[in-house]
Design a protein around this ligand. Structure first.
Ligand SMILES: *[C@@H]1O[C@H](CO)[C@@H](O)[C@H](O)[C@H]1NC(C)=O
Ligand SMILES: *[C@@H]1O[C@H](CO)[C@@H](O)[C@H](O)[C@H]1NC(C)=O
Ligand SMILES: *[C@@H]1O[C@H](CO)[C@@H](O)[C@H](O)[C@H]1NC(C)=O
Ligand SMILES: *[C@@H]1O[C@H](CO)[C@@H](O)[C@H](O)[C@H]1NC(C)=O
Ligand SMILES: *[C@@H]1O[C@H](CO)[C@@H](O)[C@H](O)[C@H]1NC(C)=O
Ligand SMILES: *[C@@H]1O[C@H](CO)[C@@H](O)[C@H](O)[C@H]1NC(C)=O
Length: 484
């Protein structure tokens, strides 16, 4: 009897083992793409070539058109809150980051009790790198990138520094890992150069996560002449330089993809691109025809220029209409990397929907912002439910529609008076021109009630009180952790 059974068992074992191996190898191949997560700073809805033919961005346009344009991808109205959402999966109002960005002298950072995306990716075997802007706090080392999941860091801790001398207020803000230094070239060149180095030195048997939050195209409006000269026709000085900045960013992205190709990694890479918030018309960014600016909860401040490209996308060359919010990137990227679900966060895993190219109803509601502090800066409260959006109170400064300025005169910024409640049906009225608050009573009531439910979870904003101990003069002129 045994002699009959054994061979069958053996064959079965070999068969099962074979199947297992096959499945495993499949998993390894399909579950660990290299992931390059590119964040552009203050890039507006109308500042990309795939929407605006006056902008020269062939690399961005190629990736967007041959990948999937995310046409309903939302972010926070300003920098720090969006970046916190990207990496933690939590809303800013649950993180004390709803009111502003973290200022250089403030002894504050993104909550340390939360696991950041790169920490999770490391558990999956990823090498993790950040090149560019951090802006999630730096008063102590525990707040900084190499303590929050990144193997390497090359960039700056704060915001709005000079593109050439890397200075903000009275200090230089640049580090290579923990070493203070500064590149001696325009930051967009420096970041592309570093990305090429990281990619070239990467051990190809390991998946790579490269977080690439460029300085471009935040003010100060500075750009090498070679890019500005591509826009001789634009008379408005700011807009001409700004357009050049977008092209410099685009060139850097082209160089990063070239490097991935040269190193045989491009075909195994998933590229994600998003702005951190809308453009700022007062610094030549543009969101037209959307309403408003960076630092508002209008669509112009929060509907991002965004796309995905590469490995894992089953419907390239399409436009994805489904909603996705900044808090979703953490669980979504983790899922694309082959990780499991994350519970207890605000973010939702949109990867199945994005990879299949099929919009889902999973994300049908989100908070644009919720800030009950005495002086809200980037909008007091706004919520999305399906096609409807309710704004309660102050929506942020710069609440008009700002076409691209032709001349210097055109660039003037108006701020019309608005109603306390603004209710829009974004399906019919994506540019927020028709306030329905007196017509849609039931919807208004329902959305106000929903906002109240979210209000229970507000965490008071972190302090922005300047701490003299932050003074870079205590640290050889560099903004340096160690004073909180
Ligand atoms: C983590 O930090 C946030 C923000 O400070 C706080 O609201 C939350 O209660 C903390 N969570 C835990 C589990 O301690
Ligand atoms: C850096 O450049 C800016 C703008 O050109 C200038 O205002 C600032 O003084 C410079 N700072 C240093 C330390 O060179
Ligand atoms: C991209 O690479 C080319 C060729 O090396 C170089 O000339 C150009 O300055 C680079 N652009 C950026 C933005 O790094
Ligand atoms: C790359 O990583 C693999 C697996 O961890 C290791 O065996 C190999 O030695 C590494 N190669 C280099 C050049 O470090
Ligand atoms: C994106 O949505 C806008 C409405 O806000 C629509 O006009 C536009 O056609 C959509 N873009 C694409 C490429 O479908
Ligand atoms: C530099 O700025 C800090 C605030 O960050 C301020 O406290 C300090 O007085 C300034 N130092 C000098 C020498 O200007």
């Amino acid at each position: 009897m045994l002699s009959h059974i054994l061979p069958i068992r053996l064959r079965m074992d070999v068969f099962v083992y074979g199947l297992l191996l096959l499945t495993l190898s499949k998993c390894v191949v399909s579950k660990s793409p290299h992931i390059v997560f590119i964040v552009a700073d203050d890039l507006g809805w109308n500042d990309v070539g795939f929407r605006n033919p006056d902008i020269i961005s062939p690399n961005i346009d190629y990736l967007a058109k041959n990948g999937m344009i995310l046409n309903n991808s939302y972010v926070q109205p300003v920098c720090t809150p969006s970046r916190n959402a990207f990496l933690s999966g939590f809303y800013p109002f649950k993180s004390g980051l709803q009111n502003m960005v973290i200022l250089p002298q403030a002894p504050s950072c993104a909550p340390l009790n939360r696991t950041f995306l790169p920490q999770k990716l490391k558990e999956l075997g990823y090498a993790t790198h950040i090149i560019g802007k951090w802006h999630l706090g730096m008063c102590k080392w525990e707040c900084t990138p190499t303590y929050r999941g990144f193997d390497t860091f090359y960039g700056y801790y704060n915001g709005a520094e000079d593109y050439y001398n890397y200075t903000i207020l009275n200090g230089t803000d640049f580090h290579d890992n923990k070493e203070p230094m500064r590149p001696n070239e325009y930051s967009t060149y420096a970041y592309a150069r570093r990305a090429d180095k990281v990619i070239t030195q990467h051990n190809k048997s390991q998946p790579m996560f490269l977080y690439l939050p460029f300085q471009s195209v935040h003010e100060p409006i500075e750009v090498p002449k070679i890019y500005e000269n591509m826009y001789e026709d634009i008379k408005n000085d700011g807009r001409r330089k700004f357009s050049g900045m977008v092209t410099a960013l685009d060139d850097a992205i082209g160089n990063v993809t070239d490097s991935l190709k040269r190193n045989g990694m491009f075909e195994d890479t998933l590229i994600i691109f998003t702005s951190d918030n809308g453009g700022m018309p007062s610094y030549s960014g543009n969101n037209y025809p959307l309403r408003g600016s960076k630092a508002t909860v209008y669509e112009g401040g929060t509907r991002a220029s965004s796309f995905v490209y590469g490995l894992g996308l089953q419907k390239p060359n399409t436009v994805f209409d489904g909603m996705i919010h900044a808090v979703d990137w953490m669980p979504t990227i983790l899922s694309a990397a082959g990780g499991g679900q994350v519970s207890g966060i605000d973010g939702l895993n949109m990867w199945p929907s994005i990879s299949e190219g099929v919009p889902s109803s999973l994300r049908s509601e989100f908070i644009y912002n919720l800030d009950d502090s005495l002086v809200p800066i980037m909008g007091r409260a706004a919520i999305r439910m399906g096609d409807f959006k309710l704004i309660e109170g102050f929506a942020g400064a710069f609440n008009d529609w700002y076409p691209v300025p032709e001349t210097e005169e055109d660039a003037k910024i108006d701020e019309p008076k608005v109603d306390y409640y603004q209710l829009y049906n974004l399906r019919d009225d994506p540019n927020e021109r028709n306030n329905l608050h007196t017509k849609e009573h039931r919807m208004l009531k329902k959305m106000k009630e929903r906002l109240e439910e979210y209000r229970k979870y507000i965490v008071p904003p972190v302090t922005e009180k300047a701490d003299p101990a932050s003074d870079p003069n205590n640290y050889n002129g560099y903004w340096t952790p160690g004073w909180c």
